[in-house]
Design a protein around this ligand. Sequence first.
Ligand code: HH2
Length: 280
Amino acid sequence: MDRARVWRCGGFALALDRPLVMGILNVTPDSFSDGGSYIDTDAAVTAAIRMLADGADIIDVGGESTRPGAEPVSTSQEAGRVAGVIAALAEQGACVSVDTRHAAVAAQALDAGASVVNDVSGFADPEMARVGAAGGAGLVVMHMRGEPRTMQESPVYTDVGAEVAAYLAQQASALERAGVARDRIAIDPGLGFGKTTTHNLELLRRLPELAALGFPVVVGASRKRFIGEITGVAEPRDRLAGSLAAALEAVRRGAAVVRVHDVAATVQALATARAMDGEA
Ligand code: HH2
C-alpha cells in the first residue's frame, strides 16, 4: 500500500497508513439495528463522543433509514434530525460525515460543519454532485441497485464485481470532471444494497479489484443481514463476531475504511490484526 496517501475531507487529511473506523450514528426511529436509540440530539451526541473516545476516526450521521423496504422521510425531517448533532460534533473537532441521498440535506449538513458526504446513491443526482463538489468535503460514492424500498426484490448481475467496479469508476470520474480533487473521493461497494448474500460475498472477495481503482475503499458490513444469513443469527445486535470477521477480512483485502456500529470492538480487533502483521 502507498503509505503517503491521505483522504482529504474538509479540514481533515486522514492518513491511510492504517485502516480508518467510521462509527455509525443513526438518528432515526427505524434503522435496522439501532433505530430509536439516538433520536434525541443529546443522546446521539453522547453516543458519538463515546465512539470517538473508543477510537472512531469519523462519525457517520444518518437521518433516513436505508434498510431494505424503508419508507422515505421528507428532506426537512431528515435535515432536522441530523443538523444539530453534526453541529455539536463538529464544534468538538470531530470529523463528521452525513449519510444522505438528498442534496438539500447534504447542503445543510455541510453548513453545520460536516466534512464528508456519504451518498448511498453514488452522487447519481446532478444536484447532489453539485453540492458535493462545492467546498472541500470528502465524498463516499456508494453503489446501490435500485431504491431502498425495492432494492432487495430480485437483484441480478452478470458479473457483480465487474459491474460494481465499473459503476464506481464511472461515478468517481464524473465527480472529478465536476471539479472534485481525486484525493477527496472514496468508493464503497454498498453491501446489501440490491445484493444477495452471494453477491456480497463475491464483492468482499474481490475488494482488491476495487482497491486497484486507486480510491480509498469504504466497506459497511456491520450487523448486516448477510451476516445473519451466513450464521443463523437473527438479531442484528448479536452479529458482532461476524461483523468483526468481515471488517478484518475486508481490511486484509484492501478496505481503507470500515463503517461499523461497534467501534471499541472493531478498533481492538484491527489493532490486534495489525500487530500480528508487525505494524504499530
Ligand atoms: N450501509 C448503510 C447505510 N449507509 N453507507 C455506506 N457508505 N456504506 C454502507 O454499507 C452503508 C451506508 C446501512 O446500514 P445502517 O446505517 O446501519 O442502517 P440504516 O440504513 O437502517 O440506517
